[in-house]
Design a protein around this ligand. Sequence first.
Ligand code: CP
Length: 316
Amino acid sequence: MNRHLVSAADLSRDDTVLILDTAAELASVADRPIKKLPTLRGRTVVNLFYEDSTRTRTSFEAAAKRLSADVINFSAKGSSVAKGESLKDTALTLEAMGSDAIVVRHPASGAPRRLADWVSGRVINAGDGTHEHPTQALLDAFTIRQRLVPGADRRGKGLDGIRVTIVGDVLHSRVARSNVLLLDTLGAEVTVVAPPTLMPWAIESWPCKSSYDLDAELRKTDVVMMLRVQQERMSAAFFPTVREYRRRYGLDTGRMALLPEHAIVMHPGPMNRGVEIAAEVADSPRSTIVAQVANGVTVRMAVLYLMLGGATEETA
Ligand code: CP
């Protein structure tokens, strides 16, 4: 594996399958009365968050603590960042306090890559602007494999031939970009569906198909992954009204009925209930949204374990 995890493109198929297999092994820890392994005792993980987060920050914290690492949670709000301190100086300050890995979320695309040039520890991208969110893609791949790849032992397996449709605000979505890259690496067939205004202009260069017709795609997919409409990143009007967006690209119970019987519904969260996804769909038995959150902890445990050099026998 690479020294840092900045992009899903940093991961080969073997790397990715190793992470998924390790996560599957570590998942049993969550079922134990004492959910801890001594693997990363003495290591320090810094959560360096310049942007809001519920799932990613707390799941990295839970993952690090379950592996017995020390965790420092840094939020730009209330720190010397407000006095003008740069990302580089903040990171070097935290590294001087003994951090071994920095988990960074930043509104600027490319910030984790720059950070990786400045620090000697590991850097893990927890979401940078509209660029990438590789651990979200890993937990999504883990969830798809868990639900759709048959057999109790899925070890060593990718997602060959599984059809995934990613729907919505692809233009602003780091989740979509990382998922397209990682799912392609694992052998899935990916289609992105978006209104023309929310389709990236260079979509032809992505390893996926694209479409504007959601209903046609739903009939032939195994997974539909709904994306949040990111109003906070929209500097212009990308669609006439929320009602119009919902009518063309929202997943309601009527549309969900178009899916094959075995198909699952995913969303990375946070959701805009009633916009891209109806509440009845989000809460339906087909929805894997809560499972995705739970899998986020085990997948992030696997990433920390592999990147910080845990010994294989200690997972047993
Ligand atoms: N999916 C995701 O990244 O959620 P948070 O913004 O809550 O971390």
